[in-house]
Each structure stands twice: as C-alpha cells, then as structure tokens.
Design a protein around this ligand. Sequence first.
Ligand code: GLC
Length: 424
Amino acid sequence: MGLNEAKLAAAVAAFTLDTDELQAVAAAFRYDIERGLEGNTESTLPVLPAYLGLPTGEEQGEYLALDFGGTNVRVLRLRLLGHGNFTTLAKAAAPLRVSGQYDYTGSSATATELFDFIAGQVDAVLDGDHQTPYRLGHTFSFPSSQKDLRDARLLHWTKEFATSGVEGAYVNALLQEALLRRGIGNVQPTAVINDTVAVLLAAAYERGDTYIGSIYATGQNNCYLESYGEQRPAMILNMESGNFGKLLPNAYDLQLDAGSEKPGRQRLEKMVSGRYLGALFTLAMEDIQGRPLSSSFTSQDMAVLLSDAAAGAEALQRLFGISFSAAEAAALQPLAAAILRRSARLVAAAYTGILWHRAGSGPIVPQQIAIDGSVYEKMPLVQETLTQAMKELLAEDAAKVQLRLAAGGSGLGAALAAAMCKEQ
Ligand code: GLC
C-alpha cells in the first residue's frame, strides 16, 4: 500500500522526548506534588489521603479482597500469614464487559446493575457460606475522596468508565446494599483503597524499604508514603498522577483527548497507559494514511507488531482492512516503539519527581518502587526504557532505586487494608 515515509518520520518524531524535556517533566511533577500538598489548585495532582500508613508485617487472618478497576473484577478469599506470606483460599473473576453480551462500564448500565454483578462475584468465593463473618477490603481504582479508610466517594470516572449513578456516591455503601440484596449479611466492606495503595501495602508487607507503589496497566497511577516532615503521622497518598497535565502534548494527544469521555482530564494517563497506547498508534496511522480507519489498534496489537513484523502485518490488515507487507509492517515498528518509549520515559519522570520530593534537601535513600500492571509486565521495550530513563534523570542515584514487579498486589493489598482497619 505504500507508506508515506515523511509522514511516518514526523509521527515518530512527535512521540520522541529528549533528556531535557524529561527533566522538565520530572521537575514539574515534583512542583505539582508540593503545590498539591498545600491544597493549591494550580496543581494538577490531587494527592488524595488514603488514611493508611504502611503495614507492620504482623497482619494475619482470613479476609475477602475485591479488586475493581480494570477490565475484570476479581474477588479473593485470602489468609494472611504475616511478613509477605499468604494463601489464596478461593477466587472468582469476571470481565465487566463482554462485547455483544453485556457492558457494566458504559453509561447505559446503572450503579445497581454494576454492584449486583460484583456482589455475585463476592458470593462465588463464599461457597454458599452466608454465616461466617468476613471483613472485605475493596481495591477501587478510581479517584475517590475519603474521610476514613472505611468508604470512599467516587470523584469522577477515569479510563473511559461511564456507568451511571456512581460518580459522587460512596462505593462501599453501594457494595453493601448489593450484598444485602443478594442475602449476604456476613460480609462487611471495611476498607477502600486505590490499586496503587494496594501494591504498596503488598510490597511493604514483605519488605520495609518500599515507599512508592505504582500501577502501569489500563491506567497509570502512583502513590507514595508522605512523611509530612514529622509534623503528623506518615500517610499514603494516592496521587492520581494520571491527571498530571504539565506536558507537551502532540497533535495526536490533543485529538485523543478531545474525543475521550473526559476531555482535559487524565492528560498524562492518555499519553502513557494501556487503555490509550493503541488509540495513539491508530491516530498516527490515520494521519500517515491520510484517511480515517474503521477500527483501532490495541496495546496487545502493538506488542505483536513489535515482536514479529509478519504477524503485525496480519493484525494491521485485519483491523484496518488494508493489505500490508511484512516489510511495511517492519517500517511501522519504529512508530509503535516511539509511542511505548515515550510512555515509559514519562512514567520514569513521574517516579523521579516523587523520589525528589521524598528526598527533599537530603539524599535519595536506597529503596524499591513496587510496580504492577500488564504494560510494565508484558509490553516490549517498557522495562528497559524505564530503567534507562531513570539513569538519565538520576545519574548515580539511579543505582539506589530498584524497580520491582509486584504482580497481584491488588488482592493482597485489599486484604491487608481490611486487616489494618481492624487494628485501628
Ligand atoms: C486511573 C485511576 C486511578 C488508578 C489507575 C490505575 O488512573 O484514576 O485511580 O489507580 O487508573 O488503575
């Protein structure tokens, strides 16, 4: 089909960030954390208190853990054994959207329908036991305001969720009502945490040198332990860093934002997370082709294209209905690579902003950053680009910071939050 090489090169350049630009993003990120902590509305970072510090490692007992925030809802029954150890006693999982069958994430679904569906998944791990009392920890991965650990009010949906009747409502109250409608009186939702907080709790349950938790998946967000300069007890803050907006968006970023559920919001997330990477690739392809395309690439399609040009040509053909040779698909690999590299570099800039803020005028202490999520775990180029960008930004201090995959932290973290709530 013949690619317009000049347009392709321009698109690759539009997704390329040099070290100076990256340093500026990291500095602006730190600035917004500090303004956000002062409650200054000029900050694009909400920094939402989680009403929790780090676990002691001594937490034990049997809990239910609900993980709600991405494509699937998952429920676990877990036994915490202390110091990073736990056993999974039962698990259930279901997609929130099955094309052509149901969709609990769209605006035509109601809060009642959504939470009834979730209550069904909770029921599945109870094995018919509606007697034994259980505390449930709820990992709810959307921006929420809390007055305590027990419940959280959804500020607004992100990640293109649009279910009606949930924005502004208390999510554990909605869950409790749905459980009761189903005859489940023995499960008490006692804690709500963000998924980044869950990842941090899970990693810190095992080892103490973790202060930053991160999700790099459908959405991208970070939390960290704020020490408040010893004026008051340390607390984990959910940064909602996907909302960071002091960036240099290119034409595709602007186009994607304008066509999204919430224009103007989640500007960083729309440049980095799995929900949007394929859409950015598609917008660039439309520009290169000079015409609209009927469907959209996903981040998985980008992974296929990057690992195998022939398979990538098939994916391009299937989605866009245009025939591509393997050589043409190979010529598009630098575009997919540039989008992924920019994503990882921007995430590294956010990590650096947090490290700088935590260090203040002192040195960065040796530590690990706990990261969970499919983009970090599975996408080509992401891990090595992140590590490289941390070196670019932190120079010799980069050796003090270990990026660690903390897979499955959402469930464990929710159970820990339920246990920590009991202890409060
Ligand atoms: C979105 C949500 C945030 C969540 C992240 C990862 O950014 O707003 O709360 O942590 O996705 O799931």
